[in-house]
Design a protein around this ligand. Sequence first.
Ligand SMILES: Cc1cc2nc3c(=O)[nH]c(=O)nc-3n(C[C@H](O)[C@H](O)[C@H](O)COP(=O)(O)OP(=O)(O)OC[C@H]3O[C@@H](n4cnc5c(N)ncnc54)[C@H](O)[C@@H]3O)c2cc1C
Length: 382
Amino acid sequence: MDIYLSPQQLDLRAEVRAFLDEQYPPERILQMEQDEEYPDDFYRECAKRGWTGIPVPKEYGGSDGSVLDLCVFVEEVGKTSISLSTLYITGTIFGSHALHICGSKEQANRYLPGVVNGEKRFALAMSEPGAGSDFAGMETRAERVDGGWRIDGLKGPISGAERADVIITAARTSTSPSGPRQKGISLFLVENGPSGPGFERTRYAAMQALMVNKVHYDGVVVPESAVLGEIDEGWMNLARLMDPERLANAAQTVGVAQAAIDDGVAYATTRQQYGQPISRFQAVSHPLAEAQAEVTAARLLVYAAAAKRDQEGPCPKEASMAKMLANNVAARATSAALQCAGARGWEHDSHFLRRVLEVRGCELGGGTSQIQRNIIARQMGM
Ligand SMILES: Cc1cc2nc3c(=O)[nH]c(=O)nc-3n(C[C@H](O)[C@H](O)[C@H](O)COP(=O)(O)OP(=O)(O)OC[C@H]3O[C@@H](n4cnc5c(N)ncnc54)[C@H](O)[C@@H]3O)c2cc1C
């Protein structure tokens, strides 16, 4: 089932697996979530192995990897922990791709070498409490002031914002009464200072190692050099960023779904009831068998969509199909795995329960499944 992957991609997958098995065993992941530990060492180790450089062009020290390379990487990391894979996606992929899509040479020089050595991490702040799916309805505003822009508003939920060095922040810079609402949104590279007046981050209470935040901008002033892309054209640039984001999101849920199935099978073949392993009951084995077929299909769709993106450029329909299918399949797989673990699956230190929550977060982030269906339908001409 690896017909899409090159020998190098298979090697990458094997190296990532060996690293995670050694340094992030299941008990470490639970501890990390319970202690709300931000995995600094994960970035350091990824940098040492060249993995933070995958989405970065060679001229800035990266390896200029493909979207398919990134999917292989985050799928494997997602198998171990969605907190780790999401931090990699937001911290490394978003920033690198955004700078590639619409950054200036000076901005790329300023940030990309730091991404490669694991020291610069990004977050992407589009959503607001009042503007999620319909994020063109955002109320965060940026106004021109002497020497730069002043930003006011509330963003959230934003993955990894608390520890990001740079928050790519979408803000409204103009409103045209007759034009589309998508026009007039701009992007800013907001460097993260310590919390304090003007710039405050608070945490949502779920997936604690990931640190999903609200970010409050109260008169935050950024210089002109912080403008990313053209003023008022942020929507177009974000749209270009969405394919790799959605594909990476899809790939990580394929990973977590596979891990749930593997653990479900291990549990079902050892847990005894009525004098035999519960895997002998078709009511237990069939949901896992069905989940395996669905996850395999979702993986192939993710790889095919990523390969299309690499070879042909933007592919919003395929990226949305991959995200919707992978997220939905993963929700069924993690739920089937939890069910087969019975009450053990429901305990607070259970990996089965953690994975159900992780997949729900992925399904909401990057646009919900309903929004993906809207995009697919639109792309189909409806
Ligand atoms: C774990 C997590 C991490 C996140 N990380 C980030 C991040 O890093 N950066 C960022 O900017 N955002 C992030 N988000 C926010 C995420 O993108 C939004 O939650 C998502 O877009 C949905 O917005 P909402 O929660 O406001 O729901 P709403 O938009 O209020 O939607 C509520 C429900 O209505 C449905 N709905 C709304 N409009 C339509 C429609 N037109 N057609 C059909 N159904 C519709 C939705 O699908 C959903 O089921 C994150 C969210 C989560 C949960």
